[in-house]
Design a protein around this ligand. Structure first.
Ligand SMILES: Nc1ncnc2c1ncn2[C@@H]1O[C@H](COP(=O)(O)OP(=O)(O)OP(=O)(O)O)[C@@H](O)[C@H]1O
Ligand SMILES: [Mg+2]
Length: 219
């Protein structure tokens, strides 16, 4: 699913990623932990094709596609069709309902409206949110908003979901429910996840836990 080799990233003179190797298989849940500033978000942004890397030394293939060979619209299309994102702050669009927020990546992919709405309703139902689908984000609890973000990440059947501190903003019970949901999605749909987290419990539940330190994976 993900084959990353010798990933380097510089912000001007700051060498942030210093040769990261990462191999992730289908249906795996991999957690990445490490101190603040270790480079976790930077790595996730690169895996998410949202940030560039030093392509002279580094190689990144996702779902068999060489990411270094894509740019502009092709890269955006690849991202829309292959990757789902969940962030610490859900980043739902405030003026749209839960249902509309979930549909947006499908509309970007040019999925016919009726089909997108049907799929979005199925996902919201699976996530226990059918009764909240016409509400806007500010009318939902934090845990509900985060589940809407999960549905949005899933709507285009992404190969991989990348999550950065997905439960960082939730109370213990909502966090636990969200973590269980990730494993349910893995078990029922074979969903692959890469999750950056400071939550020890979630990190330890993963199939593999990787530790980042000063720009490299140390174990
Ligand atoms: N856009 C940027 N420009 C310059 N430096 C940056 C930029 N983004 C991140 N950095 C620096 O790169 C390093 C790694 O940052 P990153 O956000 O990847 O850390 P992190 O492991 O996710 O930390 P945290 O656990 O606090 O979220 C830090 O020293 C940070 O200050
Ligand atoms: Mg971070």
């Amino acid at each position: 699913m993900i084959e990353a080799q010798n990933i380097h990233k510089y912000y001007d003179n700051l060498h942030v990623l210093k040769g990261v190797d990462l191999h992730i298989k289908k249906s795996e849940i991999v957690s990445i932990v490490g101190a603040s500033g270790a480079g976790k978000t930077t790595l996730l942004q690169i895996l998410g094709t949202l940030d560039a890397f030093d392509s002279s030394k580094s190689k990144l293939a996702i779902n068999g596609v060489n990411i270094g060979s894509l740019s502009g619209k092709k890269l955006a299309k690849f991202r829309n069709e292959n990757l789902g994102f969940i962030f610490q702050f859900h980043q739902l669009l405030p003026e749209f309902t839960a249902l509309e927020n979930v549909c947006i990546p499908a509309f970007i992919k040019n999925t016919p409206k009726a089909e997108a709405v049907k799929k979005a309703k199925e996902l919201l139902s699976f996530l226990g949110l059918s009764h909240r689908e016409d509400h806007k984000p500010n009318e939902l609890s934090g845990g509900e908003q985060q589940r809407v973000a999960v549905a949005r990440a899933l709507i285009n059947n992404p190969a991989i979901i990348l999550a950065d501190e997905p439960s960082g903003n939730l109370d213990t019970e909502s966090a636990e429910n969200l973590h269980n949901l990730f494993f349910k999605l893995r078990d029922e749909f074979g969903q692959t996840f890469v999750i950056v987290t400071h939550n020890e419990e979630l990190a330890n539940m993963a199939d593999r836990k990787l530790v980042m330190q000063d720009g490299v994976i140390v174990k």
